[in-house]
Design a binder for this molecule. Structure first.
Ligand code: RIB
Ligand code: CA
Length: 312
């Protein structure tokens, strides 16, 4: 039986690859729906990009919902400097034809979690946690019904990518992240510590392009575009595939390793807003509340990703 998941996302080229990997794996993952949130670019674009990606994959039966257009308590911060004006710069892809669902993403999350058997649905947030936190605030009774949350966000050894202290997804809506991390739901965190080891080097990009299908070429063009930021900032060898690590973790958790530790979210720091304070060395005495992933078998990850993209 495939695992039921809901992908909450702010596409974003790396979100797009994460969605493609999930849609290419129907034997293992059943995507109940995709919920868009404001993040890399405003909501009007993230919901459009989610539909563009599903059409690129030829999976137009996946329901897509628009969610929150701004963080719980702060102004929206976007990342066009990384993802381009459209959020999906790189390939030239047609505007979507498939419809956006009428319902609000938060209502879809709540209704689905109440309908599906308790514990049977995994939430996969790939952007700011605004939709997830809003659902938990509106309907706290869903928390024990969530099978687990596997999210891309945060950092410990790699510290920040949007500020010296914080990773973008958590930085944009730290209040939402605090609600999620205090929810009691089993959480697995895929931080920059991992995703900065999943770099699209030139040979890996060539392997995407060599697939010869529309998806392979589009993914090569996406990663060609969004590597610029990390190459300039970190001198890295290619684009860090942040969000696809979430999907890969669901498919092959053996490719990853981490620790069950306490993770607190800084919401008040003058310089540390959005920092994930991961007690990696167990010095705080605070109760562990998340499995914080620290390492990935990058070769294994790219072999999985390339093999699956070939199927679309
Ligand atoms: O910091 C990286 C994260 O922020 C990724 O999810 C990327 O898509 C952006 O949302
Ligand atoms: Ca994202």
């Amino acid at each position: 039986m495939p695992r039921k998941i809901i992908i909450d996302t702010d596409p974003g080229q790396d979100d797009a690859v994460a969605i493609l990997l999930a849609l290419a794996s129907p034997d293992e993952l059943q995507v109940l729906g995709i919920t868009a949130v404001a993040g890399n670019v405003p909501l009007a674009l993230t919901q459009k990009n989610a539909r563009i990606v599903c059409e690129l994959a030829g999976k137009v039966d996946v329901p897509i919902f628009a969610g929150c257009d701004r963080p719980l308590a702060r102004d929206l911060v976007t990342a066009e400097h990384v993802h381009g004006k459209t959020g999906l710069d790189g390939p030239t892809l047609p505007d979507p034809v498939m419809p956006l669902q009428e319902a609000h993403a938060v209502d879809f999350l709540i209704e689905t979690l109440k309908r599906e058997p308790a514990g049977s649905v995994t939430l996969c947030p790939l952007g700011p946690l605004t939709n997830i936190a809003t659902a938990l605030k509106s309907a706290p009774e869903i928390a024990p019904r969530i099978g687990g949350i596997v999210l891309m966000g945060g950092a410990y050894f790699q510290v920040g990518n949007i500020t010296p202290a914080a990773e973008f997804n958590i930085y944009v809506d730290p209040e939402a992240a605090e609600i999620v991390f205090k929810s009691g739901v089993p959480i697995t965190v895929i931080p920059l510590d991992v995703t900065h080891k999943a770099l699209v080097t030139r040979p890996r990009n060539d392997a995407f392009r060599a697939l010869g299908n529309r998806v392979g070429v589009a993914v090569a063009q996406m990663t060609d575009f969004f590597e610029r930021f990390d190459k300039a900032k970190y001198g890295s060898l290619g684009a860090p595939l942040h969000d696809p690590c979430v999907t890969a973790y669901l498919l092959r958790p053996d490719l990853f390793s981490g620790r069950h530790v306490n993770v607190e979210i800084e919401t008040e720091g003058r310089f540390t807003r959005g920092m994930t304070v991961a007690d990696w060395w167990g010095v705080s005495g605070r109760a562990p509340n998340a499995t914080f992933i620290g390492d990935v078998d990058a070769e294994g990850f790219f072999a999985l990703l390339t093999d699956r993209l070939a199927r679309l």
